[in-house]
Design a protein around this ligand. Structure first.
Ligand SMILES: Nc1ncnc2c1ncn2[C@@H]1O[C@H](COP(=O)(O)OP(=O)(O)OP(=O)(O)O)[C@@H](O)[C@H]1O
Length: 248
């Protein structure tokens, strides 16, 4: 599904991704762990096409299609979704309006018709209920005045509504209390399927107790320096990144 080969990318003049290779087959959940500043968020921005992130070498494809040749909105329409580490506030735009616009833009790009208002509201109510989000909150401007945990839950609501094929969760667990963590993990697990893959960026093994990964990778100094099964996350928790950072 996702194939990244020897990827290199700069932010400004600084090279942050330094020859990164990673494969995430269809249906699998891979976790990425690594020290602060290693390039984890940068990787997610490069894959999703954020402005200011310049690819200088290598390749990245989703289902055989060159991701790097597409605009950010085209990548989203192909089913790529990023749950932000720091969700943006959008004053003046109610969350419901934002999600409906995003959903319709994706449907249009795929040649599908717009979702009707009643159908959209029914879907939004159902998904908000599953994620224990008060429906009234969706009438407020997106993320404005939301608590850290509410913002993260709102990201997962958007994910559930957009039904992407490849999900990147960038530290979705940060800021969540233990109950919210379980609810969010259930929301993520509910969309696991053989056709859908995920990259879960996290600092904490605890999240991986709830969202069980098929593989765990260590990203240090812009490259994947170690890969293993879920036991690697336990080892990192016990030993830290020193060994891996030195190897990088
Ligand atoms: N706009 C920018 N200008 C300059 N440097 C940047 C910019 N964005 C990111 N960086 C640098 O790139 C490096 C990688 O940052 P990134 O956010 O990808 O790390 P991370 O692995 O996600 O870290 P964390 O675990 O702390 O979230 C850092 O040294 C950071 O300061």
């Amino acid at each position: 599904m996702l194939h990244i080969e020897n990827l290199r990318a700069n932010v400004g003049d600084k090279e942050i991704i330094k020859g990164l290779t990673l494969d995430v087959p269809a249906g699998e959940v891979h976790a990425i762990m690594g020290p602060n500043g290693a390039g984890k968020s940068t990787l997610s921005y490069v894959l999703t096409g954020r402005e200011g992130y310049e690819v200088t070498g290598g390749s990245a494809s989703l289902n055989g299609e060159d991701l790097l040749a597409l605009e950010a909105n085209e990548r989203a329409a192909k089913g790529l979704f990023l749950s932000f580490q720091y969700p943006l506030e959008i004053p003046g735009v109610p969350a419901l309006t934002f999600i409906r616009a995003a959903l319709n833009a994706q449907r249009k790009a795929r040649g599908e018709g717009e979702i009707s208002a009643p159908e959209f509201l029914k879907l939004a109510r159902a998904k908000a209920g599953e994620l224990k989000i008060d429906f009234e909150m969706l009438k407020r401007p997106l993320n404005v005045g939301f608590s850290g945990g509410e913002k993260k839950r709102m990201e997962i609501l958007q994910m559930a509504m957009l039904s992407p094929r490849f999900l990147i969760l960038d530290e979705t667990d940060s800021g969540l209390d233990i109950d919210a963590l379980k609810i969010v993990a259930e929301g993520v697990n509910a969309v696991r399927s053989p056709e859908r893959s995920m990259l879960v960026i996290t600092h904490y093994q605890r999240l991986l107790d709830y969202i069980k990964p098929d593989r765990v990778h260590v990203l240090a100094a812009g490259r994947i320096v170690a890969s293993g099964g879920p036991e690697l996350a336990l080892q990192l928790e016990a030993e830290g990144y020193d060994k891996f950072a030195r190897a990088a």
